[in-house]
Design a binder for this molecule. Structure first.
Ligand code: PBG
Length: 322
């Protein structure tokens, strides 16, 4: 045998020399859940190790994460039912707790990268990402709400706006609104290829944001499809997105690779709640080794072409590496 591939695996030093994909805390964005109030740290039942924080406890948690090297955070608010309405008006009410929270985070830690989600569902009494009329989701009317929400978040100091709603034309609409109001430095990470996935279940528990009727299939993509991802990516490029995101990650590694190979923008992937919970549940049963499986999952996402990974494992990974 002239060729013996095992020679390149003979010691850890050699294996490290030829290692092609290296994962760093710099690649990670930590999604966190914010609730109103003080002194709160409530574990999400379906996401062991993940909490809903009030702003005070969230600031301490962010500080702890920053000491471990995590510098990017995505904040999702959980709103009580009585504050939700058909137009998601809390999403842009300047007095609302989540906008005050974002402002406070940025004031305390100006050096971190703060991201926030743009979609109506956490604030909507219908639990949908757009305005609902006669059981239908209205696209163009929703854009107006999304742009107000984006402006309110940009004004609170957010570095990256993440439209996760999948309405047509929203990236361009939001980009123009931001620019008109002087927020030319606020970036957009578009949820470019967001699939109608079963893996968002635990997130909807965390925010109590499940749709009140129907599903999200008229705006989120069919898990069976590839071609549409190219159309969405073309549009996001034209409309001024700074990053393209694929979501979920693990069941969509082919889509990550496709966008990576075809677009010059940095690709992000969202390692979603269900992917987190799946590993946590089997690790709790002793069926999978948590740390090795976590690193393998995250590495596979990066290897497929995602430079950036939004993951609930961010802090855990940072602890493992410290
Ligand atoms: C809101 C939104 C969702 C997620 C991120 N932003 C849920 C949904 O679209 O129903 C899911 C994130 C996760 O599962 O971790 N539009």
């Amino acid at each position: 045998m002239l060729r013996r591939p095992r020679r390149n695996r003979k010691s850890e030093a050699v294996r490290n020399l030829i290692e092609e994909t290296s994962l760093s805390v710099n690649d990670l964005i930590f999604p966190m859940f914010l609730v109103e109030g003080q002194g709160k740290k409530i574990e999400v039942d379906s996401m062991p190790g993940i909490y809903r924080f009030s702003i005070d406890t969230m600031l301490s948690e962010i500080e702890a994460c920053m000491k471990l090297g995590v510098m990017s955070f995505d904040v999702f608010p959980a709103y009580p039912e009585n504050l939700k309405d058909a137009m998601a008006s809390e999403s842009y009410n300047p007095e609302t707790f989540y906008l005050k929270g974002l402002r406070e985070i940025k004031k305390n830690f100006p050096e971190l990268c703060l991201m926030s989600d743009v979609a109506m569902d956490p604030y909507s009494s219908d639990g949908h990402d757009g305005i609902v009329k006669d059981g239908k989701i209205l696209n163009d009317e929703t854009l107006e709400v999304l742009s107000r929400m984006s402006l309110a978040q940009a004004d609170a100091g957010v570095d990256i706006i993440g439209p996760s709603d999948m309405m047509d034309g929203r990236v361009g609409f939001i980009r123009e609104a931001l620019d008109e109001h002087g927020f030319t430095d606020t970036s957009i990470m578009s949820y470019t290829a967001k699939y109608a996935s079963a893996f968002y279940g635990p997130f909807r528990d965390a925010l109590d944001s499940a749709p009140k009727f129907g599903d999200k299939k008229t705006y989120q993509m069919n898990p069976a499809n590839v071609q549409e991802a190219l159309i969405e990516a073309d549009l996001d490029m034209e409309e001024g997105a700074d990053f393209l995101m694929v979501k979920p990650a693990l069941a969509y590694l082919d889509i990550i690779k496709l966008l990576h190979d075809n677009y010059p923008l940095p690709i992000a992937a969202y390692n979603v709640s269900g992917e987190y919970s799946m590993l946590k549940a089997s690790a709790q049963k002793g069926w999978l080794e948590n740390d090795r499986a976590m690193v393998e999952m995250l590495t596979s996402i990066k290897r497929s072409g995602a430079k950036i990974i939004l993951t609930y494992f961010a802090k855990e990974f940072a602890i493992l590496k410290s």
